[in-house]
Structure formats: structure tokens, C-alpha cells
Design a protein around this ligand. Structure first.
Ligand SMILES: Cc1ncc(COP(=O)(O)O)c(C=O)c1O
Length: 394
């Protein structure tokens, strides 16, 4: 039996008529850039997440980049982020000329560790005229935590640190649209808790476009307007450029498709959660939780529905590579997110980190493995995956 890591063909078949009608409407209108579908999708997405403002952009990467550019973060600034994420999380910080400062992760959630963050600040930073400055005399202007695999970081901790030290909090919510967090005892959605939240609608995301697409959420009207200007090369009046932005627009066809798909998102996330529950309970039933480490659900008891949206179902094992090979032989696709922590990427060598600096992320990079996960995955396919994992550890 062949089991794909992700297979959205069934999902498309169910929505094909609706999607085609929406794209036909755009094609008939011949309005492809900054048309009505964009505004409609932004409004629907903002409402869904409970954020006052949403600004559609060309990708999750461009969401991060546009936020950093609009905030004028650059040379002389340091931006703290997780060392274990997709490249864009750190890459965008470097692209604007700021210095990424990496922080290790929690081994069970793979998210940035609040304890490690506080240790870094205590050890290397001090306050100068109300601003936090590090050992290289760079001003810490922002913190960019990523909500990895569909589980929010501990945002109570992140916000506490950002407020205490007076820097901005930009959420990388690329993998977590709809995920909820018990924020100071109320439910809040990923990407709406910080000063800005960045989303990706890369096709494999829980809410995926038919190509690249992204979105930024924020609370401040003026900042939302600045982001709208930023996504058009910093242009306010026609051909009058107030500051340097980019071509970061979300195109009309993608907005139309995303608007069709958005109302189904919660059902898809619920189906992913059910699939995760099946994996976890079956792995436990056959005693495999002694051999592999299963995903954790730290907010499951808080009454939140979308406490985890399982963008990925990630297990870990010291025999990860054997397991992956075994599953591959049995036609089961898996993926490694991520084989290298960010400080191990050749392009970040200039930052001067060395192997051993982030032991938890380095270990996760050696041990983590994403198993097939999508809303429509059959229990039969999952059972086959479970049996093959069991066989490998016999
Ligand atoms: C955590 C994280 N940040 C940023 C991005 C960038 O998003 P995009 O691929 O839409 O540019 C991704 C997408 O894979 C991601 O997973």
C-alpha cells in the first residue's frame, strides 16, 4: 500500500466546482491585482482569527519580510528567533540586514524555549535608555517565535518577555492558522497575539492556495495601512514611494480560492486532530510510545478546540534514519522537518555559532520524523503506517 505524506486530491475533488466558479469569476472580471476578492478574503480571514486587520501578501516569507521592512528593522538591530524552523523565519531577519539571534527549543514541543530565551537575555543583554542591547551592541528590536507543526508557542511567556524588555513580538504563524492558545486564560488564535502575525498559504499548509500566498494580521490600523503600502513598493500616491517596500501583493485568483476554502478549515483541522488521536492511541496501545516519542498536546486540557491543528504529526526516535528507510521500502512517505537547525545552515556560518550551541534543536534535527498526515487520510492507511513502524522496532 502506498501512503503519501500529504494528499489533497480528495479535498480538491469535493470543492472543485466551488473553486472553479470562484476562479472563473476572477477570469471573467480580468481583475487580477488588488481586486475585490482580496478584500473579501482579508475580511473573512481577520474575522476567522479574531484580528482587527489582515493584509494579504504573496507568501509567508514575504509576510515576514514585509513586517520587518515596514517596521524599519535593519542594520544594527538584532532579532531573536527560534533556531528550529523553516529557513524563512531566520532568513528574512538577515535579508533586512538585521542579525538573527537564535534560541534553542523545548524538546517536546519543538517550539522556542522560554527558559533558553530568558537565559540569553540575562547572560548577554542589558538595558540602555529603555532598549535591550546585546553583547555585540545591537538593539534587540523584535522576537519572532514560530508556532511549529500547528502548535502554538507558550505565548504567555513570549509576551511577558517582550513586554518586560520592550521589544516587538512578530508571530511566525505560517504553520498554525486557526491554532488556539490559552492567552492569559482566554482563547486566542495564532498570529493575533503579538504585534503582527505572519501566515503562509503554501499549498501544503492546512489552508493552502494553488501556489504561493500569505497574510499578515495586526491590531493597529496605521500599521495595517503601512503594510498595504509596503506590499506595493512603499507606494502611496501613484509612483510616489514613501519608503522601500516590495511587490508583496496577494493575487486575486489565490484570494478567490482561499476564500472558498477558509470555511472548511476548522473541519479539516478537526479531521487532522482525529487522525493524530488515532496514531497516538494506537502507538500507545502497542507499546510503541516506549520506543518513539509522540507529539505532545500541552493545551489539550484547557477546553480549546483547536489546541493543536496537526499541520504535521512529528515523532522522534534515535533510530530515525532506519525507520525512515524502512517506511520508504514499504512505500510510506515521510519527511524530516528539519534536517539542519538554522545555525547549521552554511549561509549562517557568518553568525559564528558552532555545533553543540543548541543541543535540543540539533537532537531534534537528528531524530524527528513527520508521518503521513492530512484530513482525508484513511484509518486503513494509518494502520498500515503503525504496523510498519512496529515492524521496524521488533
Ligand atoms: C514556519 C514557517 N515560516 C515561514 C514559512 C514561509 O512561507 P512561504 O513558503 O509561504 O513563503 C513557512 C513555509 O513553509 C514556514 O513553515
Amino acid at each position: 500500500m502506498r501512503v503519501r505524506l500529504l494528499d489533497l486530491s480528495e479535498q480538491y475533488r469535493a470543492l472543485a466546482d466551488e473553486i472553479r466558479a470562484a476562479t472563473d469569476e476572477v477570469l471573467a472580471s480580468q481583475r487580477f491585482i488588488l481586486g475585490p476578492k482580496l478584500g473579501e478574503f482579508e475580511k473573512a480571514a481577520a474575522e476567522y482569527c479574531g484580528a482587527p486587520h489582515a493584509v494579504g501578501v504573496s507568501s509567508g516569507t514575504d509576510a515576514l519580510l514585509a513586517v520587518l521592512m515596514a517596521l524599519e528593522i535593519g542594520l544594527g538591530d538584532a532579532v531573536i528567533t527560534t533556531v528550529y524552523s523553516f529557513f524563512a523565519t531566520g532568513g528574512c531577519i538577515a535579508r533586512v540586514g538585521a542579525t538573527p539571534v537564535f534560541i534553542d527549543i523545548e524538546p517536546d514541543t519543538y517550539n522556542i524555549s522560554a527558559a533558553a530565551l530568558k537565559r540569553y537575555i540575562d547572560k548577554y543583554c542589558h538595558q540602555v535608555e529603555g532598549k535591550l542591547v546585546n553583547e555585540n551592541r545591537q538593539t534587540i528590536t523584535a522576537l519572532v517565535p514560530a508556532h511549529l507543526f500547528g502548535l502554538c508557542c507558550d505565548m504567555n511567556e513570549m509576551l511577558g518577555v517582550a513586554r518586560e524588555h520592550n521589544f516587538l513580538l512578530i508571530e511566525d504563524a505560517a504553520q498554525a492558522i486557526g491554532a488556539e492558545f490559552p492567552l492569559e486564560k482566554r482563547a486566542a488564535k495564532a498570529g493575533t497575539m503579538g504585534d503582527a502575525g505572519c501566515f503562509s498559504f503554501y499549498p501544503s499548509k492546512n489552508l493552502g492556495a494553488a501556489g504561493d500566498a500569505g497574510l499578515i494580521m495586526c491590531h493597529n490600523e496605521q500599521f495595517a495601512e503601512r503594510l498595504r503600502v509596503c506590499r506595493q513598493h512603499g507606494m502611496e500616491a501613484r509612483y510616489q514611494h514613501q519608503f522601500i517596500g516590495g511587490n508583496f501583493r496577494l493575487d486575486e485568483l489565490q484570494a478567490a480560492i482561499l476564500k472558498v476554502k477558509l470555511p472548511y478549515l476548522d473541519n479539516w483541522s478537526a479531521a487532522r486532530r482525529e487522525a493524530a488521536k488515532f496514531y497516538t492511541s494506537e502507538f500507545r496501545r502497542v507499546g510503541l510510545d516506549q520506543k518513539i516519542k509522540l507529539p505532545v498536546e500541552p493545551y489539550a486540557q484547557t477546553g480549546l478546540t483547536n489546541h493543536h491543528i496537526y499541520h504535521q504529526y512529528v515523532i522522534r526516535s534515535t533510530r530515525r534514519d532506519d525507520l525512515r528507510e524502512h517506511l520508504s521500502k514499504h512505500e510510506i512517505e515521510t519527511a524530516i522537518y528539519y534536517p539542519l537547525a538554522l545555525h547549521e545552515q552554511p549561509c549562517f556560518e557568518y553568525l559564528g555559532y558552532k555545533s553543540g550551541d543548541f543541543p535540543e534543536a540539533e537532537r531534534a534535527a537528528r531524530e524527528s520524523l513527520a508521518l503521513p498526515m492530512y484530513p482525508e487520510i484513511s484509518r486503513e492507511a494509518q494502520q498500515y503506517v503503525i504496523n510498519c513502524v512496529a515492524e521496524c522496532f521488533q
